[in-house]
Design a protein around this ligand. Structure first.
Ligand SMILES: Cc1cc2nc3c(=O)[nH]c(=O)nc-3n(C[C@H](O)[C@H](O)[C@H](O)COP(=O)(O)OP(=O)(O)OC[C@H]3O[C@@H](n4cnc5c(N)ncnc54)[C@H](O)[C@@H]3O)c2cc1C
Length: 391
């Protein structure tokens, strides 16, 4: 067939630019982030120094297009940044990941005015973005949200609250979904807005005390008569649920990348340890029982990585099957991250179970990837819907 047998065959490999980006991120991570990871986990404080290092290297929000002062990194580039940071410190990887999550609604449907207002400061590192969809009574069923936005002349007045908001309190900008028509709800009754830190009536709840990702603050947002101009609206009135879902199609891929990074960090550590640790007079890596375990970890991890990269390419192109691939990649990669990190603890035996070694942190951090941006039950639901609609 024409076109096949091309001597310059170049499919199924990353561009040289992507590989160069990986090397650059890895160098920064080895220098500035990896040595801090255990301490960030221990103190639970947001790593301002890591944020500043990422900003200095233009890696904190690589996805922002060049016309808004950003790097214009494609979806695969964003995944590589997140993956490489997560390989050492999952909490720190939420800086680039949530900057993308919070600003993606603007990119998928914001007016030029709202993009011009918020994307340049994000790109310059003057303020991070967060994403406010979930509420105490509206998690998987996000359409059940109660936060209300009522129009008042050229303004909107917002009342209610959001729960589980990543980087709350350290971000400057919050894309928040609110009910604008209680009759219509998910069918045209929800609208997205940008709320700014410091807006009158906007405050934060206490820090959640979490299993993992300790260096990434998770807090509630409270809105008490927060008055904002209509220029802060993101997308059309009533399109907020669609905006939220289209955003997640793109950003679930980045959670897949985070999961791949966490798993890679754990596998790397386990392999190094297995070659050093001696029992019965030889390195434990010489036992076939352990070799098979390491092999399975590597096989699953590589499958997850390839799936995430394909989904990232679909995100960049805006392919029609992105919904399927975004959900499938996030679901598969996060399940793999949980398995691989748990096995890494097993490879280290008792040493895997204590904080002197990084794999117990990685196992705790991996768990969240199965929960946020939609639990893996919800991802399977999304995948099944896509599958059944097709056949
Ligand atoms: C650390 C952390 C950070 C987060 N960051 C953010 C953020 O930045 N922004 C944001 O908006 N949200 C964020 N979230 C919220 C997260 O997306 C929700 O926790 C998640 O969507 C699940 O909602 P829920 O916790 O209310 O669980 P529930 O929806 O109550 O689910 C409980 C269980 O029921 C299952 N379930 C629910 N419905 C179904 C169904 N139809 N079929 C099968 N099983 C089902 C779920 O899979 C789960 O196992 C974060 C959460 C955490 C823990």
């Amino acid at each position: 067939m024409a076109g096949l047998g091309n001597p310059d065959f170049d499919a199924f490999r990353l561009l040289d630019e992507h590989e160069a980006l990986r090397e650059a991120v890895r160098a920064l991570v080895d220098d500035k982030i990896a040595p801090r990871a255990a301490e960030i986990d221990e103190t639970g404080e947001f790593p301002q120094d890591v944020y500043e290092a990422l900003v200095a290297a233009d890696l904190h929000a690589i996805h922002v297009p060049e016309q808004y002062g950003g790097q214009g990194g494609d979806a695969l580039a964003a995944c590589i940044v997140i993956e490489e940071v997560a390989r050492a410190c999952a909490a720190s990887s939420l800086i680039p990941a949530v900057n993308k999550l919070g600003s993606m609604p603007l990119l998928v449907s914001g007016s030029e005015e709202v993009k011009q207002a918020y994307l340049p400061p994000l790109a310059r590192g003057e303020g991070m973005f967060s994403y406010g969809l979930s509420e105490p009574e509206a998690g998987s069923d996000a359409g059940g949200m109660r936060t209300r936005a009522v129009r008042d002349g050229d303004d909107w007045v917002i009342d209610g609250g959001k729960r589980w908001i990543t980087n709350a309190g350290v971000s400057k900008f919050y894309t928040v979904m609110a009910v604008t028509d209680p009759e219509k709800r998910t069918r045209g009754g929800i609208t997205a807005f940008v709320i700014e830190d410091g807006d009158d009536g906007f405050s934060y709840g206490a820090h959640e005390r979490k299993l993992g990702i300790h260096g990434s603050p998770t807090r509630e947002l409270y809105f008490d008569n927060v008055r904002i101009p209509d220029t802060r609206r993101v997308g059309d009135v009533g399109d907020g649920f669609g905006v939220a879902m289209r955003t997640l199609d793109h950003t679930r891929v980045t959670i897949g990348a985070q999961a791949v990074g966490i798993a890679q960090g754990a596998l790397d550590y386990a392999v190094g340890y297995a070659k050093e640790r001696k029992q019965f007079g030889k390195a434990i890596a010489e036992f076939q029982g352990l070799q098979f375990m390491l092999a399975d970890m590597a096989i699953k991890l590589e499958a997850a990585r390839q799936m995430v990269y394909v989904a990232a390419a679909k995100s960049e192109r805006g392919d029609a099957d992105l919904t399927f691939f975004g959900a499938a990649a996030k679901c598969f990669a996060s399940d793999v991250a949980m398995e691989v990190t748990t096995d890494a603890v097993q490879v280290l035996g008792g040493y895997g179970y204590v904080k002197d070694y990084p794999v117990e942190r990685m196992m705790r951090d991996a768990k969240i990837t199965q929960i946020y941006e939609g639990t893996n039950q919800i991802q399977r639901l999304v995948v099944a819907r896509q599958l059944l609609a097709k056949h």
